[in-house]
Ligand binder design. Structure first.
Ligand code: WT7
Length: 632
């Protein structure tokens, strides 16, 4: 088992060691795992191409470390507790031995359907244990999983499948989310009209809704698994073989397929899981994130299973059947460690304490947050009302691209401070840059957050397009990884992430590209052009404000708004729905045709003056008109 820090002094020593001797530091952590063959070189890297390799020459399979390795000691221990959307449905508890069997069986089912090492397999599923089984089964046979969040709709799904040229899709007939049923298979059918690479679709029965099964292409999970054996030797993977692709939104163009590889990712998520949360044997750990996001990959599946932990998966949403559901589940399963997003905390805070009071919450020892900055008020509410003033809060900053937690307190070890992610974990070397690319030394500074040294789970490439990886993350500041976040360092060296500095918006903790949303809005036949910006939102952190140009005059603006929301939901998914839509006569464009988003952002925030220099605008008068019609 990987090393666990137990005091602040030890943290400082570990940190020091990780900076002075990174290779020795990480080699020691890696020793704790099962390697089929040990690595030749711990680290080779440059941030110019970029090219980063951890544990080169090492051979392993991550599922042997998540599953097989635990069988002797904890085969009959629960690995996963599953809480269904409907509280009256039966809870499932799956032991390490059962999970191992399920993974091997489904791995064979994949093979029987033509899957081989190196194939890309798209997983588009509800939050049921079979989702974790599908992920691990891919890893078992060396296929690269690409999980797409079930809240994305057909076009988003299709783009992601096409980009990775997946040959298999694993899905379900439908999914339950609160009072709604999501017709997953129907969305897959629509997506596949534009995905010629897909040869097989494996469908889990979940909601029982009637679906279309395409002859020769679509097969049922149940019948495939029935035919498959539970004996599936783990594929031998190189440390740098791809483990998964996960799409994340960028400021321009289509989503990027962030690529993570096997050895370094494994070592880093295990180390960070144990150290940040201070997981003790037998603790019940609950991460509320969907597996469609990186948090679900690293801290619902891989991290906890590598550590031999008990991980809870919840199918539903925080407000179903009522806003006390999270707290009810915590009492029901005696959850010790609870990890969620600020947006959920703010929304539950807004529902009032009557939903919290009926529950004891006395099993809780640790609280965590992730995904967006947590404001001081929400932090204090969480601390007092959920943690009863007793549970340290770990505000964990990281990204899809970082693979694992980067800046965070360690439970009970690092002194916390509301709205601060506090200090870098061992192995993480953050720097703040000014806009000119000068490193800001010392404390009490604010700049753009970069990293100057690789950690084991750093992004390796963007799938199919290495240049994009370079341009997005390694070109702004030569020799550094650029996060896209603004950040302050206080007088004690504590980090506070202030938010994105690029054209992506964090809506309820979900990263959405403005271009992606605009593209969806533009599918409406009456819309000629649109521009989307984020505006501060009390619960979601950021809301979506869309400025749209209509082809022909529409008097019924409310109907038009409704139609746009339907279009976005159908094409992209409900998470892209604008909160505010304003029909405008034109957009503030420069002579070269670039939209000046700065001005739109100000208008969306309710500003009526101080738009800065507008002299480069093609038609400065349009600013007045937009301002006067702003949606409050
Ligand atoms: C962006 C990454 C981290 C996994 C889930 C999100 C923001 C994330 C925090 C935090 C302030 C945070 C940043 C980052 N973010 N955690 N604790 N405090 N901001 O992964 O979708 O790739 O988003 O989320 O802006 O760049 P992601």
């Amino acid at each position: 088992m990987a090393y666990r820090i137990t005091s602040f002094n030890e943290y400082k020593q570990e940190y020091q060691k990780s900076v002075e001797h990174p290779e020795a530091f990480w080699a020691e952590k890696a020793e704790a795992f099962v390697w089929i063959k040990k690595w030749d070189t711990v680290l080779e890297w440059n941030f110019t191409e970029p090219n980063v390799k951890w544990f080169s020459g090492g051979k392993l399979n991550i599922t042997e470390n998540c599953l097989d390795r635990h069988l002797a000691e904890r085969g009959d221990q629960v690995a996963m507790i599953w809480e269904p959307n409907n509280p009256d449905e039966t809870v499932r508890k799956i032991t390490y031995r059962q999970l191992h069997g399920d993974v091997c069986r489904f791995a064979n089912a994949l093979k029987n359907n033509g899957a081989k090492k190196g194939d890309r397999i798209c997983i588009y599923m509800p939050m049921v244990p079979e989702l974790a089984v599908a992920v691990l089964a891919c890893a078992r046979i060396g296929a690269i999983h690409s999980v797409v969040f079930g809240g994305f709709s057909f076009n988003s799904l299709s783009e992601r499948i096409q980009d990775a040229a997946c040959n298999i899709v694993v899905t379900a007939d439908g999914g339950f989310r609160g009072a709604k049923d999501i017709p997953l298979k129907k969305i897959v059918d629509e997506a596949l009209l534009t995905c010629p690479s897909v040869k097989k679709v494996i469908v889990l029965k979940r909601t029982g809704i009637a679906i279309n099964m395409a002859d020769g292409r679509d097969v049922w999970w149940e019948s495939e698994v029935r035919k498959a054996s539970t004996d599936c030797p783990a594929e031998v993977m190189d440390s740098e073989d791809m483990l998964f692709i996960l799409y994340t939104s960028g400021s321009t163009g289509k989503p990027k397929g962030v690529v993570h590889t096997t050895g370094g990712y494994m070592v880093y998520v295990d180390y960070t899981f144990k150290n940040v949360f201070q997981y003790n044997d037998g603790d019940v750990y609950w991460c509320t994130a969907d597996v469609g996001w990186v948090t679900g990959h690293s801290y619902l599946i891989y991290g906890p299973l590598l550590a031999g932990a008990i991980t809870l998966m919840f199918e539903g949403i925080p407000v179903f059947p009522d806003a006390g559901r999270f707290w009810k589940v915590i009492d029901k399963h005696q959850v010790n460690i609870f990890y969620t997003a600020p947006t959920a905390i703010r929304s539950l805070e807004a529902h009032g304490l009557d939903y919290v009071k009926p529950y004891k919450l006395d099993s809780l020892r640790v609280l965590g947050t992730v995904g967006e900055p947590i404001n001081e008020e929400a932090w204090l509410w969480y601390h007092e009302n959920i943690g009863k003033g007793q549970c340290p809060i770990v505000d964990t900053w990281w990204q899809t691209e970082t693979g694992g937690i980067m800046i965070s307190p360690l439970v009970g070890i690092t002194e916390t401070k509301p709205s601060f992610a506090t200090l870098p974990l061992p192995g993480v070397q953050p720097v703040l840059m000014d806009e000119g690319g000068k490193e800001l030394k010392g404390n009490n500074v604010e700049g753009r957050l970069c990293m100057k040294f690789p950690w084991p789970s750093i992004i390796r490439t963007t799938y199919g397009n290495h240049e994009r990886c370079h341009d997005n993350y390694f070109s702004h500041y030569k020799g550094y990884y650029f996060t896209g976040d603004g950040c302050k360092r206080d007088e004690n060296g504590y980090y506070r992430i202030t938010g994105r500095v690029d054209d992506v918006i964090k809506v309820s903790g979900h990263l959405l590209g403005t271009a992606e949303i605009e593209n969806a809005i533009n599918q409406h036949p009456d819309i000629v052009e649109s521009a989307v910006v984020g505006f501060p939102h009390d619960i979601k952190g950021w809301g979506i404000y869309a400025f749209v140009i209509c082809r022909n005059e529409r008097k019924d603006v409310d109907t038009l708004r409704k139609e746009i929301l339907e279009t976005v939901t159908k094409y992209m998914g409900a998470i892209g729905k604008p909160d505010k839509i304003q029909v405008v006569p034109g957009l503030p464009k420069t002579r070269s045709g670039k939209i000046m988003r700065r001005i739109l952002r100000k208008i969306s925030e309710g500003e009526t003056a101080n738009f800065g220099d507008t002299s480069t605008l093609l038609d400065p008068a349009v600013v007045e008109e937009i301002k006067n019609g702003a949606v409050k």
